[in-house]
Design a protein around this ligand. Structure first.
Ligand SMILES: [Fe+2]
Length: 428
């Protein structure tokens, strides 16, 4: 489902609409999920179905196209909802929220490149993303010019660990480089081949396989650095920039522990509402040397107590993408909790956080919208869709500088937890 809040002349209007994916239509027709989702795998009733599932996985027919991770505006104005399967890229009409149809890539990049990062880097001029290679462990970095449906290959990095590529939910860019993470949470070949869930859905946690960060030059496609780093577990990269012979890369890092994935299972969220069971997380800062050194560093950017030892679903001022920056906005934790329940503004210079919290609510990813004509990095507002435990919800608008509430727009009905959103400026 996609939810929209429109702000016009001091008033706000809400709307929502179901995205008509094939996965949704099949689930509706059968009364249960039919395709393979992130945390759901249809159980084959017999050997024939098992073989059918395997064929469906290889062809892509059995995997979901449910684009429930994010929504973004392409450089040419089209609006795309997406998930980690390439086939899930779906265009919607931003006015009516109607499903326009599947975004068809016109290139020949297919085969085992059936998954993609859920977080492409999109600017006015291009769409840049990373595709894991499930057949020959590696990652393909591709870009697509605004207005085009054709992805072009920038380059490829081979994975240094194995036997499969590391999960890559998001990645980072600097002005000149693409940073490709290789986490020890790797696609599970057993899960893929046997059509069953691995300990972490479709992933295995293999710290002995090593953790790496690769740096690719955007213009040549050459890998200019590939370093081993301490084990890390990150869904979301915050930003990256170049600085005196090294690259700084920040992410929401779960202390090298994949337990966060189990924590987010629905029955656990329902069972441990008042327990302090949310695993600790921090702002992890990688330092990647560009002088050929074999190792990179991973440090904690600020005391995690500043944001309640929880941090994820991060955003920055998009004008600072790939550049030195100071502020990040994310979901933090007011303990005790079993889920991120706070909004945090992280100051990476002062190493402090400002926090917003209200009892009994869960805010979704806070995204930053600059004031027109702004020059200060935090001159603007932060918007988050908030679900409350009384069954209602509201869009919250905070002053990005003070992190104090400017206003809220109540919905007359409950809102499902929002994943990732975007701001689309009005045409006039
Ligand atoms: Fe995400």
């Amino acid at each position: 489902m996609v939810v929209r809040v429109s702000f016009r002349r001091g008033r706000a209007t809400g709307a929502h609409r179901q995205i008509e994916s094939e996965a949704y239509k099949a689930a509706k027709a059968h009364g249960r999920p039919i395709l393979r989702e992130f945390s759901h795998c249809p159980t084959p009733a017999n050997l024939l179905e098992r073989v059918g599932n395997l064929v469906g996985l290889v062809s892509g027919a059995a995997i979901t196209d449910n684009p429930n991770i994010g929504v973004l505006q392409l450089g040419d104005g089209r609006v795309m909802c997406l998930t980690e399967t390439t086939k899930g890229s779906t265009l919607i009409d931003p006015e009516s929220l109607e499903t326009v149809g599947r975004f068809s890539y016109t290139d020949r990049i297919g085969g085992m490149y059936m998954v993609q990062s859920a977080h492409p880097i999109v600017t006015k001029s291009e769409f840049l993303t990373v595709l894991p290679d499930l057949a020959r462990p590696g990652h393909l970095v591709v870009k697509m010019e605004a207005g085009s449906n054709e992805r072009k290959v920038i380059g490829r990095v081979d994975c240094r660990g194995g036997p499969t590529p590391g999960w890559l939910h998001s990645f980072a860019v600097t002005e000149n480089y693409v940073v490709v993470p290789e986490m020890p949470l790797r696609y599970s070949s057993t899960s893929l081949l046997k059509s069953e869930l691995a300990p972490f859905y479709v992933f295995d946690w293999l710290p002995v396989s090593g953790s790496y960060m690769h740096v690719m030059c955007k213009s040549t496609g050459k890998t200019v650095a590939s370093v081993e780093v301490p084990p890390f577990m990150a869904f979301h990269f915050i930003n990256a920039y170049e600085e005196e012979g090294e690259i700084i890369v920040d992410c929401c890092e779960h202390n090298g522990d994949p337990a966060i994935i189990e924590t987010l299972v629905l029955h656990r969220l329902r069972s441990f509402r008042d327990k302090d069971v949310l695993p600790n997380a921090r702002v992890g800062r990688f330092r990647i040397p560009l002088d050929g050194s074999p190792y990179g560093e991973l440090e904690t950017a600020l005391d995690p107590e500043e944001h309640g030892r929880g941090i994820d679903m991060c955003r920055i001022n998009p004008a600072r993408l790939g550049k030195k920056y100071r502020y990040a906005y994310a979901c933090g934790a007011r303990r005790p909790c079993n889920f991120p329940n706070m909004l945090s503004k992280i100051d990476l210079v002062e190493k402090k956080a400002k926090n917003w919290h209200e009892e009994g609510v869960v805010p979704s990813e806070p995204f930053f919208v600059a004031r027109p004509g702004a020059t200060d990095e935090d001159d603007g507002v932060v918007i988050s869709i908030v679900s409350s435990d009384d069954g209602e919800g509201y869009a919250l608008v905070l002053d990005a500088a003070t992190f104090e509430e400017i206003g809220r727009v109540r919905f007359p009905y409950g809102l499902p937890y929002g994943m990732h959103g975007c701001w689309i400026p009005a045409k006039n």
